[in-house]
Design a protein around this ligand. Structure first.
Ligand SMILES: C[S@@+](CC[C@H](N)C(=O)[O-])C[C@H]1O[C@@H](n2cnc3c(N)ncnc32)[C@H](O)[C@@H]1O
Length: 304
């Protein structure tokens, strides 16, 4: 009998072989970064049977779930067309702003990569609040501008009244048995005033944007095309919930798996290259050791 797949494991295998063991309609999200097919690195840029691959993606995905695809250039446009031809619905395009150039010798410095989000069925992208300071990229000038705007708003008595009403209703929603930091704003509070909306965003976070800036800590990376874990966490929050199962068929350094561990999701990964597979398994084991409750000293922040 063919052995089915284990959750929370990276297989050292060609994804087209491994995916055959994943049951139909069993995966909540595919988040992947396939070989872009323009690098001169043969080890990284192995061509794959694209039609067979996307057919497998469609088979294993649950109805109304998502595929989130990194890419660049001709291959990326082709993959998006293949997905559309197979009946997927395009939902969103995200630009990853790398914050640095990967091509300092080129006439046009490349500082971004593209991500497309498609649904098999009628999935809708989720609202995912990004903490205010993170969304502002800790830019003190931008934060001071917001504070100045807020201060000028509050000189107006109508705005002051709106803020008072907001805070009064908010306080009423706080359950006395809970710490205030665990309370989210009740949907009964209507935010139409600019001042109250600003206060709410500082407290509850801001919606995700189509351009996400996340800088990779290159000194700590183990793979030439490694993606920042926080970027992957933010993408996952748009398409699936805690407890779901995420597949990354081109797992590389297992950044998707690390993002899943940090955000309480299950993962399945495939990485064809033995060396990257070994490094990625070590990366996961190191993180799990750090998070282990039996360990007396562990890092306070999860791996990025
Ligand atoms: C663009 S990299 C992914 C990098 C990854 N997102 C990360 O953050 O580390 C693509 C990876 O897919 C692997 N790969 C290429 N063809 C494959 C195949 N048919 N099955 C599984 N892995 C494959 C390559 O070895 C490479 O590590």
């Amino acid at each position: 009998m063919v052995k089915m797949i284990d959750l929370n494991r990276i297989y050292n295998e060609d994804c087209l072989e491994g995916m055959k063991r994943i049951p139909d309609n069993s995966v909540d999200c595919i988040l992947t970064d396939p070989p872009y097919l323009y690098l001169k690195n043969q080890k990284l840029d192995r061509p794959f049977d694209e039609i067979a691959f996307f057919k497998e993606c469609k088979r294993v995905l649950k109805k109304d779930s998502f595929i989130v695809l990194f890419g660049r250039g001709t291959s990326f446009y082709r993959w998006n067309c293949i997905l559309a031809d197979m009946g997927f619905t395009f939902k969103e395009e995200i630009v990853w702003d790398k914050g640095y150039t990967t091509s300092p010798l080129m006439k046009v410095h490349r500082t971004h990569e593209t991500v497309s989000i498609h649904t098999k069925g009628k999935g809708t992208i989720k609202k995912a609040a990004i903490p205010y300071l993170e969304q502002k990229q800790y830019d003190i000038n931008s934060i001071i501008t917001d504070i100045k705007r807020l201060r000028s708003c509050l000189h107006n008595s109508k705005n002051l009244k709106a803020v008072e009403d907001y805070l009064t209703k908010k306080i009423k929603t706080i359950d006395s048995t809970q710490q205030p930091k665990y309370v989210s704003v009740s949907s009964v509070i209507n935010i139409t005033n600019r001042c109250t909306a600003a206060i709410k965003s500082i407290e509850d976070g801001m919606n995700e944007k189509t351009i996400i800036k996340e800088v990779l800590r290159r000194q700590q990376s183990i793979h030439p095309t490694q993606k920042p874990v926080r970027l992957l966490e933010r993408l996952l929050n748009l398409v699936c919930d805690e407890g779901c199962t995420v597949l990354d068929p081109f797992s590389g350094s297992a950044s998707t798996a690390i993002a899943c561990i940090n955000t309480k999701r299950n993962y399945i990964g495939f990485e064809i290259d033995k060396e990257y597979h070994e490094l990625s398994v070590k990366r996961i084991n190191d993180l799990n050791t750090c998070l282990s409750p039996n360990k007396t000293t562990y890092r306070s922040a999860p791996t990025r």
